[in-house]
Design a protein around this ligand. Structure first.
Ligand SMILES: Nc1nc2c(ncn2[C@@H]2O[C@H](COP(=O)(O)OP(=O)(O)OP(=O)(O)O)[C@@H](O)[C@H]2O)c(=O)[nH]1
Ligand SMILES: [Mg+2]
Length: 359
């Protein structure tokens, strides 16, 4: 590879890991044109001094930030301060094995714009994690897929170990909070091809973990910010508003059919429910998912069928939850119904977004 690779490594109190890390990278990348850029947030254990000392023998640069803390913002600083046409990001604690770097480089050479070292593709693993941490990690990934549409095909969007063409960041306004810099790149960057390369997540080799409860909160805030930027919060609110309008249509028509037309209650209800489903569909097609619809009569009718099916299943969910909470858990029925409505709304929203208005 004739392009220069800059490996960005954020550090905070990683003194004991620097020496083995740099040596392993050097072994893995002999013959490559690369630099290692440490972004240290003024560690008090001498990390920066030790790393600087290694620059005599290895292509190492150290940038010390005195007034800022945070992994993701350190990486963004590294992007700015480095020279390479190819960028890599990895942790300092040897949980990201440097032996994977050549595989990531190969993926980029083969045409990937972003190459992700992934724990969740076949061949990848996290042998040292307990059950709780696994569940949190998987839950966070599912949440990201639900909240954001663009992470769709990536199995490990939370990976902190990845490589990319610098061009991906052209025009990208990176504003990450917390730890998940790749998520930010996936949402803000410009790319066509992503390749995931399997790897085994190592055990933290020394020093203390900075993994805290605070990170989970940061993650949720980051997710909210990304959803907001992508218009996904507004989309969900529109969907809820349309749903509320459907309740009015349903109630109004039921009243008219029962009271004025004198139809049987259940027949009136069936007609009202179906009418509100159709009015919801038209409003959602026009407002909520306008950017995701295919034009033409045929796709329109297909969407209508799908929306109908999803809504009827939603109705069943609403009633099932109502029954379960009221009769099994002994919850007051109006409260159970609210829970049912919330569940059905989430179901309707996510299934319609990914199926009815699939892009
Ligand atoms: N510059 C900078 N680096 C940080 C900061 N917090 C963590 N890091 C570095 O980011 C990398 C990942 O941090 P870790 O504490 O290992 O996080 P983790 O891998 O999710 O957690 P463990 O599995 O417990 O190791 C390491 O190289 C840390 O030194 C920070 O505030 N500033
Ligand atoms: Mg770590």
């Amino acid at each position: 590879m004739d392009k220069t690779l800059s490996i960005i490594i954020p550090t905070y109190n990683e003194r004991d890991n620097i020496n083995p890390l740099v040596k392993k990278i050097s072994n893995a990348l002999s013959g490559y044109n690369y630099e290692i850029v440490f972004i240290d947030d003024n560690s008090q254990d001498g990390t920066a001094e030790l790393a600087s000392a290694m620059s005599a023998e290895y292509p190492v640069r150290v940038i010390v930030r005195k007034n800022e803390r945070g992994l993701a913002s350190a990486v963004v600083e590294g992007f700015k301060q480095s020279k390479g046409e190819i960028l890599a990001v990895m942790d300092a604690d040897l949980q990201h094995p440097p032996e994977v770097l050549p595989h990531l480089i190969q993926a980029i050479i083969d045409g990937a714009d972003i190459a992700i070292a992934s724990r969740y593709v076949p061949g990848g693993a996290i042998p040292h994690w307990g059950m709780v941490r696994r569940i949190i990690s998987k839950g966070a990934i599912i949440l990201a897929h639900l909240a954001l549409t663009s992470t769709g095909k990536v199995r490990d969007p939370m990976s902190g170990y990845f490589m990319l063409n610098r061009d991906v960041l052209n025009g990208a306004n990176l504003r990450p909070t917390g730890y998940k810099i790749l998520l930010e790149v996936l949402i803000e960057g410009q790319y066509q091809n992503i390749k995931e390369v399997p790897y085994t997540f190592g055990n933290r080799s020394s020093s203390e973990s900075k993994m805290r409860m605070r990170q989970q909160v940061d993650y949720l805030m980051h997710l909210y910010s990304l959803m907001n930027r992508k218009g996904e919060i507004i989309r969900f609110l529109k969907f809820c508003a349309v749903g509320a309008s459907g309740v009015l249509v349903n109630e109004g028509l039921l009243w008219i059919l029962k009271h004025f037309a004198g139809l049987h209650l259940l027949l009136s209800s069936a007609i009202s429910i179906e009418t509100s489903i159709i009015s919801n569909f038209i409003l959602n097609d026009y407002f909520t998912f306008r950017d995701r619809r295919l034009l033409g009569a045929r796709p329109f009718v297909q969407r209508l069928y799908k929306f109908n099916a999803v809504s009827l299943a939603g109705l069943a969910i609403n009633m099932g939850v109502l029954w379960l909470f009221t009769h099994v858990f002994g919850v007051y029925y109006l409260v159970s119904n609210l829970i049912g409505i919330a569940m059905a709304t989430l179901w309707n929203y996510f299934i319609n977004r990914s199926w009815t208005w699939k892009v």
